[in-house]
Design a binder for this molecule. Structure first.
Ligand code: G6P
Length: 488
């Protein structure tokens, strides 16, 4: 369609750049287009609106791509195009115009910058898959994300931007908008924000929020969580929240040049490094680290924690990379578990409280890459329906840390065993849950307290990875899914 439209204009103007400008001006919705004319293969015209597109510059030629990681083999010098930009590139030159005000474009200057990403960051190295690499990179990714906290020895709102302190002082509630795995991070954060800082918090799926008529409180800070910062629904939901009356917004994002980062008043960059596997792993745990930090900063500001508790939180954050490293040691046990899952058609994941979203994330990981139908339930809901599905063919994964809900969870697990369901329990080191017939237990190396959702994620990522591997699935590129969903 777009090709035909450009060709129609080309028939009149005879100039490819003009034809692309005129065609782009007629398009509705998000696009990133790259066009080459048969007669002039030495020239590329690239246009963007709502979808990411950038230029890569080097002595040996100029390039265009939707993501910097695609160009690291050839250059680290990038130009990020903005909404309505049209770029013309030859091997030794480029220029950019913008068509927002004038259909044929007005010349604009865009900053050339050297990306922080390195070639090694997007290479597999000794790993078999990017997902495996990214799971094992989590200790470093978290350490990088929290580096500023470690050096500052205190929880400063400035970690979220220079304006953050004055915005946070006025904040009376939090609304989190996100999709997919990022939505699960938001659900965990809701528990933390309410319990630690006493701020009321709600979390919504961005694609739902943007089509309802929510009541906005101007002092409720809107937090957009997105690994890519380019998810169309999340971007639109944040704009919509502003139009409904929310005064301030904050982005938790892993891509510094993304649309989300440019769109919000405040921002926190997780520093997970490029995530290439479609199933999100290190982006999720670094989002959680950032969100724990947000809860802790609000708690300090609102004086809901003492100096001693603040120090304990900082110590806990500092210990996280080591704790994750230890959690990764359970891989051999997970490989054994995976053998019992690879031939199954369904699996149930159970959790309670702050670990219910972790069960959701575990189920999402398994279904995304192994194509096993997996559902997560808040364990207390088991008796209201899903128990009917439980028999010996149904593996049930339970996230069972030593928290205030453990005794309740134990009786939920007995309900599963009584129906013949095989239980796979992820417990803390000092858990009172015992292994028995039909009850398999993996104990994490440590009892992680309030950081437990982060640590309990690791076995679930490994489980999904090894089940998919045993099934021979394409772990990094699961069918029908995309890494960044820039369309509705
Ligand atoms: C896609 C990805 C998921 C991701 C979701 C939201 O569906 O496959 O891994 O969680 O988008 O992406 P975001 O970049 O906004 O976190």
């Amino acid at each position: 369609m777009i090709g035909h439209l450009i060709s129609l204009h080309l028939g009149i103007t005879r100039d490819l750049r003009e034809a692309v400008c005129l065609a782009a001006a007629e398009l509705q919705g998000a696009y990133a287009i790259v066009v080459i004319e048969e007669e002039r293969p030495d020239r590329i015209i690239a246009a963007r609106n709502g979808a990411p597109l950038l230029l890569g510059l080097s002595k040996n030629g100029n390039y265009t791509a939707s993501d910097a990681s695609a160009l690291l083999q050839v250059t680290r010098q990038m130009v990020y195009l903005e909404e309505g930009d049209v770029a013309e590139l030859t091997s030794d030159n480029y220029h950019v115009i913008n068509i927002t005000k004038n259909k044929l474009g007005t010349k604009v200057r865009r900053v050339e910058l050297e990306t922080d990403l390195t070639r090694e960051a997007v290479e597999l190295g000794p790993y078999a898959h990017f997902m495996q690499k990214e799971i094992f990179e989590q200790p470093v990714a978290i350490a990088n994300t929290l580096e500023m906290v470690f050096s500052a020895h205190s929880l400063s709102p400035r970690l979220f931007g220079s304006e953050a302190e004055s915005v946070f002082q006025k904040t009376s509630g939090i609304l989190i908008l996100a999709c997919g795995t990022s939505y699960h991070a938001g659900l965990v954060a809701m528990h933390w924000l309410e319990a630690i800082s006493g701020l009321p918090c709600s979390v919504e799926i961005a694609s739902e929020y943007r089509y309802r008529e929510p009541i906005a409180n101007p002092d409720t800070l809107v937090v957009g969580i997105s690994q890519s910062g380019e998810t169309a629904d999340t971007l639109a939901a944040l704009k919509y929240a502003k139009s409904r009356g929310h005064r301030y917004s904050l982005a938790i994002c892993n891509v510094p040049e993304s649309a989300l980062i440019r769109q919000t008043d405040l921002r926190f960059l997780s520093r997970a490094g490029p995530e290439i596997g479609v199933a999100s792993t290190k982006a999720f745990t670094t989002q959680l680290a950032a969100l724990m930090l947000l809860a802790a900063v609000f708690a300090k500001l609102r004086k809901t924690i003492s100096k001693k508790q603040e120090q304990k939180l900082i110590d806990g954050l500092r210990h996280l990379p080591v704790a994750i490293q230890l959690a990764l040691l359970i891989e051999p046990q997970i490989i054994e578990w995976a053998k019992n899952f690879s031939h199954k058609r369904h699996a149930l994941f159970l959790g309670r409280g702050v670990h219910y979203p972790i069960a959701m994330e575990g189920a999402l990981k398994l279904k995304e890459i192994s194509y096993i139908h997996a559902e997560a339930y808040a364990a207390g809901e088991l008796k209201h329906g899903p128990l009917a599905l439980v028999d010996k063919e149904m593996p049930v994964v339970a996230i069972a840390p030593n928290d205030s809900l453990q005794e309740k969870l134990k009786s939920n697990l007995q309900e599963v065993r009584a129906r013949g369901g095989e239980l796979y329990v992820i417990a803390d080191a000092d858990s009172s849950i015992q292994e028995s017939k039909g009850v398999h237990i993996i104990r994490l190396a440590e009892h992680a307290g309030m950081f437990s959702p982060i640590l309990h994620t690791i076995p679930l990522q490994l489980l999904a990875y090894h089940v998919a591997l045993q099934k021979g699935a394409d772990v990094d590129k699961p069918r029908n899914l995309a890494k960044a969903v820039t369309v509705e």
